[in-house]
Ligand binder design. Structure first.
Ligand code: TYM
Length: 353
């Protein structure tokens, strides 16, 4: 049977990149899953603290993320939704894996290198623009914790956006190497190498700088749409989106990144479009930039208004805090049970049972 696992950082209310690149796909997988498929969705608070966090803000963002997952349609009766830190086996497996993780491989990870802000072909002699003293071990071993998240549940499939593909490749290599080392003759693998499922909206770009991906860490709030933004805010943000001054609209990510990003967003908001792609593009071709942006804003608002309604309903409950805490508690309990099975086998294989 399939096991689907994915994670998201507790960054408060998710943006459109999270939604189209990951969450929308999670819901679809959940709603179409066979009865014997297990689904786990984790809010990865241990990953969040690899960079400096304000403890009060982090606690609030965890709640907002949990409410957001429920609001987009993840059902706690069907999927296991939990905070990573509620399951100590994540940290335990991470330690075990880190004793088998290659430093060379980890230092080639794009996300680590971007944190170092070194060019791709950096030589060890290049001066680093960030202070080395500010870099923490946890940031370097981030992908090992991510591998532990996945391998802990014998996960077969991981739905993510493109920026996570390299981390998943690393998780597969770790699993294969680990099995080879500690269970070479086992009939079924000790750790399951997972498959990546990339959503078709694998890389949603920033509205203000469409050559960068839409991201929570962008200092410009207008660069991203939050899934709870009001119709008015959505329209304002699209209105100030960067496009170009070429007449007519055509899809070309290289030469027309702004226009192409708007087209991509519209296409992925609404599944019905894919069937009649060509006709639909014809309609957009002749629109002024202003109407193109308005059309995009309308479509995004239509796609998000139910999510927004459900979010407000959850947060507006008198017992919102208890409701969320109880949901998280139940999810954590279910996840711990599953995690214990894998950890038991791993400990045995290592001789530390
Ligand atoms: P995070 O929290 O940055 O993002 C959550 C999900 O959203 C996707 N995503 C995007 N997709 C398309 N376009 C964008 N602009 C965009 N921005 C974000 C991400 O690809 C991701 O699927 N390391 C992970 C969290 C994690 C995880 C895991 C994921 C921890 N353990 C195990 C899968 C399996 C992260 O920081 O995602």
């Amino acid at each position: 049977p399939k096991v689907i696992f994915s994670g998201i950082q507790p960054t408060g209310i998710p943006h459109l990149g999270n939604y189209l690149g990951a969450l929308k796909q999670w819901v679809k997988l959940q709603d179409e899953a066979a009865p014997d498929t297990t689904l786990l969705f984790s809010i990865v608070d241990l990953h969040a603290i690899t960079i400096k966090q304000d403890p009060k803000a982090l606690a609030k963002w965890k709640k907002e993320m949990l409410a957001s997952l429920y609001a987009v349609g993840i059902k706690k009766e069907r999927s296991i939704v939990f905070f990573q830190s509620a399951v100590p086996q994540h940290a335990e497996l991470m330690w075990i894996l880190s004793c088998n993780a290659s430093m060379g491989y980890l230092s080639r990870m794009t996300q680590w290198k971007s944190k170092l802000a070194l060019p791709d072909n950096a030589s060890p002699l290049d001066p680093s623009p960030v202070s080395k003293a500010a870099l923490k071990l946890g940031l370097f071993s981030y992908p090992v914790l991510q591998a532990a998240d996945i391998l802990l549940y014998q996960t077969t499939h991981v739905p993510v956006g493109e920026d996570q593909a390299q981390h998943l490749e690393f998780a597969r290599e770790l699993a294969v190497g680990f099995n080879h080392m500690f269970a070479p003759d086992a009939k079924s693998p000790l750790l399951v190498p997972p498959q990546t499922i990339l959503s078709s909206a694998k890389r949603v770009m920033s509205l203000t700088t469409p050559t960068k991906k839409m991201s929570k860490s962008d200092p410009e709030p207008k660069s991203r749409i939050l899934i709870t933004d009001s119709n008015e805010v959505i329209h304002k943000k699209f209105k100030s989106a960067l496009t170009d001054s070429i007449d007519g609209n055509a899809y070309d990510r290289e030469s027309r990144p702004g226009v192409s990003n708007l087209i991509d967003i519209m296409r992925h908001m609404d599944e019905d479009i894919t069937g009649s792609d060509k006709e639909w593009m014809k309609e957009l071709e002749g629109l002024s930039k202003r109407s193109l942006k308005e059309t995009a804003a309308d479509r995004v608002n239509n796609g998000l208004k139910d999510v927004r309604g459900r979010y407000e309903e959850i947060m507006g409950r008198k017992d919102a805090d208890e409701f969320l805490e109880e949901g998280a508690r139940q999810g954590g309990e279910k996840a711990r049970k599953l995690a214990q099975q894998t950890i038991g086998k791993v400990r045995e294989a290592l001789g530390i049972a």
